[in-house]
Write a protein that binds this ligand. Structure first.
Ligand SMILES: NC(=O)c1ccc[n+]([C@@H]2O[C@H](COP(=O)([O-])OP(=O)(O)OC[C@H]3O[C@@H](n4cnc5c(N)ncnc54)[C@H](OP(=O)(O)O)[C@@H]3O)[C@@H](O)[C@H]2O)c1
Length: 285
């Protein structure tokens, strides 16, 4: 199986490169300045030259707050370009792997005590911010395209590369004695190394369609930060605050736990609880 990875300089893209090297998987990778996915002609040429079996699209506009002021750019990268990728994949008989987000959901699914399993793949979407809207448009383009695809939603993505909550907390924990962290948004982290392993397993089993990839269990950003400091033995006082006390340009869903029921039924895939996933990540940092 030959892979072509776009957005290879990002958090997930770099994790994919590590995986391919470690597992002797044949791949070609392109960072944003080597291949801009908005450039349809260039993407078409690269796909024709490389002739991959699978296009792993890790390229995305991921700046959630900035997307509120840059809606057109977010749509161009997260939706219009994705539509173009589906056309190119169709023409070249290439399977498309694309990543989406828990932010396609409104976050008001029932109440969290009665719905601890979270959002299922088929639940209705209704994003509360521009980033989520652009990612949903990308999902719709894929589903309407008729191409062979794996559409994988992840939430609160954290890995050894790029910017993420775990790395931010470790930096702030080294700089400050006290932190305020939001305690009214519920979800579950997805760890980048597991995303790659599980995606590869799905590919090997010829699976197609939509899956949620996330950890078992549920937490808040506040409890997540406390667990990071506990596991790392960092002594910092963490104060729980509400989203209202911590205003951001883009609204966030209050509940965006992704159900792992469907993915956990796939042979060979083991879902780790988020605390175990964190332990694995902290060993890499
Ligand atoms: N991070 C999260 O918490 C999270 C949560 C849910 C879902 N996701 C989804 O998971 C996927 C991977 O996210 P990530 O955390 O790895 O994001 P990331 O670290 O921001 O990486 C995205 C990469 O895409 C590149 N890119 C942007 N515009 C491009 C373009 N026009 N052509 C080619 N490349 C372009 C970026 O390059 P530059 O840096 O040069 O712009 C960056 O290297 C995305 O689909 C994202 O929507 C992420």
């Amino acid at each position: 199986m030959k892979l072509l990875i776009t957005g290879a300089g990002g958090q997930l893209g770099k994790e994919w490169i590590d995986f391919c090297k470690d597992h002797s998987v044949s791949y070609n990778s392109f960072s944003s300045n080597e291949l801009d996915i908005t450039d349809e002609d260039k993407v078409a040429k690269v796909i024709a030259d490389v002739a991959p079996d699978v296009l792993i699209n890790c390229a995305a506009y991921t700046k959630v707050d900035e997307a509120e002021d840059n809606k057109q750019t977010a749509l161009k990268i997260n939706a219009e370009s994705v539509k173009k990728l589906t056309n190119i994949c169709n023409r070249n008989n290439v399977k498309l792997v694309h990543y989406s987000t828990d932010y396609v959901f409104a976050g008001n699914k029932s109440d969290k005590e009665n719905s601890p399993e979270g959002y299922k793949e088929e639940d209705s979407t209704d994003p509360v911010n521009a980033y989520g809207h652009s990612k949903l448009k990308g999902e719709e383009a894929i589903k309407d395209s008729g191409c062979k695809f794996l559409l994988l939603r992840v939430s609160w993505l954290c890995g050894q590369y790029g910017h993420n909550f775990v790395k931010t907390m470790l930096r702030l924990g080294a700089e400050r004695n006290e932190l305020n962290v939001v305690n009214d948004q519920f979800g579950s982290p997805t760890f980048a190394d597991q995303v790659v392993e599980q995606t590869f397993e799905l590919l090997q089993q010829n699976k197609i369609g939509t899956y949620h990839l996330s950890s078992g269990g549920m937490t808040t950003w506040f409890d997540f930060s406390k667990e990071i400091f506990k596991q790392k033995g960092i002594n910092v006082k963490v104060n729980p605050v509400s989203s209202a006390d911590f205003p951001t340009k883009a609204k966030r869903p209050f509940f965006s736990k992704l159900s792992t029921q469907k993915i956990s039924n796939v042979d060979g895939i083991l879902i780790l609880d988020w605390k175990a996933g964190l332990q694995r990540l902290l060993k890499q940092l």
